[in-house]
Design a protein around this ligand. Structure first.
Ligand code: SAH
Length: 374
């Protein structure tokens, strides 16, 4: 038993999805419907203690207090950008920190959450990758982000502050923390928890092909893929994972994914880097590559980060790039940069990561990701 478990041997119910809660209640001699009741109290009503759970009866509440708890990460910083974007720094048990961002728009509110402490993939333009990798987040730490943000935001009278969408686009590669991410997403979808539709939960991946297929079988939510380049040569440099799963294989996985998916198209993210991947030639190659792919292209203006030499493409270059894709019949939108004055924009989330894995030494050309994590 590790020291954290010795200090707190109680079961954290935030770690359990529906099957987990049912198994937990079975183990203490209670009926499965207790799982539904407790799920509603925790996730729908945001309870962090058992006292208010009046339909459980006093005796059961006393027992739960003795051997269970509801424990999430702790908010240590809360920042509001000029455009209303809000970023929280959350502290985990071992003093690592992760970041989560809320982006309010007139017709929706999107919560961007993290799946790992740091990231092992080392994409050359991303702040999270620069920090190295520490560990996967637990289910409680993933769903705990939505739980915390809902407690803060949903209790405000202003309806614009409600969370209508969740995107797994914060720190980390969600498909490298597959089981915990899927359990957390199942809670997001469960009518007795957050009741979000599959269209409104999006997982973004750098492109782990076998796990895209596994996601389709296990939890068919909306999919976004970080493409960023029209050729393998260039993508190898931007997203080292491409050496393992090149573009053709990745796009084939996208085609398989959309069959029966909540959205007919996969979102392909394409970060706009001045003089790197933003020429008309790149746009034409991209248009050709995607001619039969059921995709929507999301152009992301690059957000500057410390330690990278890239510049964002000019507005003109982004507009011209978009025109080429549009005239080839591709649905293409330019993502509006949000929250950049508080470093809350795409790729700027950094948290506080105690890098256990010495990233640069570990990631070699032959194996972009440590074998045991794939
Ligand atoms: N690992 C996942 C999810 C995290 S990144 C993935 O790669 O998709 C979420 C999105 O932000 C990705 O499309 C990523 O490529 C993009 N991004 C990363 N760094 C960025 C930066 N500095 N500026 C703009 N977008 C960035």
């Amino acid at each position: 038993m590790n020291s954290a478990a010795r200090q707190n041997p109680r079961v954290n119910l935030l770690n359990l999805d529906r099957p987990g809660l049912e198994a937990f209640f079975a183990s203490v001699g209670e009926k499965p419907y207790r799982a539904t009741q407790v799920m509603q109290w925790i996730h729908r009503y945001g309870c962090d203690s058992f006292e208010p759970m009046t339909n459980l009866g006093k005796a059961l509440r006393r027992r739960l207090e003795a051997f269970a708890c509801i424990s999430s990460p702790t908010i240590v910083k809360d920042e509001l950008a000029r455009d209303g974007t809000r970023k929280w720094l959350l502290e985990l048990e071992n003093s690592n920190c992760i970041e989560m961002v809320f982006i309010p728009e007139h017709d929706r509110g999107t919560l961007c959450i993290s799946s790992q402490v740091g990231c092992a993939l080392d994409c050359s333009f991303c702040a999270t990758g620069k920090q190295g990798f520490n560990r996967n987040l637990s289910v409680a730490e993933i769903i705990g982000q939505l739980w915390l943000a809902s407690r803060v935001l949903d209790h405000q009278p202003d309806s614009e502050r409600k969370i209508t969408n969740v995107v797994m686009m914060g720190m980390g590669e969600p498909l490298l923390n597959f089981d915990n991410v899927v359990s957390a997403m199942r809670l997001m979808l469960d009518d007795n928890a957050y009741g979000l539709s599959r269209r409104r939960v999006t997982l973004s991946t750098a492109g782990l092909v076998p796990r895209i297929d596994r996601l389709r079988e296990n939890c068919h939510v909306s999919l976004a893929v970080s493409l960023h380049a029209p050729t393998d040569d260039l993508r190898d440099r931007l997203v080292p994972l491409n050496k393992k799963y090149p573009i053709r294989e990745l796009l084939a996985a996208c085609e398989r994914y959309v069959v029966g998916a909540p959205r007919r198209r996969v979102t392909l993210e394409y970060i706009m880097l001045d003089g790197v991947n933003d020429s008309l030639e790149h746009a034409r190659k991209l248009a050709k590559l995607l001619v039969n792919v059921p995709a929507k292209v999301n152009l992301i203006p690059y957000n500057p980060i410390d330690g990278a030499t890239y510049q964002c493409s000019s507005k003109g270059a982004i507009d011209r790039f978009r025109e080429v894709l549009l005239s080839a019949g591709l649905v293409t939108v330019t993502r509006r940069t949000r929250g950049d004055d508080i470093n809350a924009a795409c790729g700027q989330l950094a948290g506080r990561v105690d890098d256990r894995t010495r990233r640069t030494a570990r990631i070699s050309a032959a194996s972009p990701v440590p074998a045991q994590t794939l």
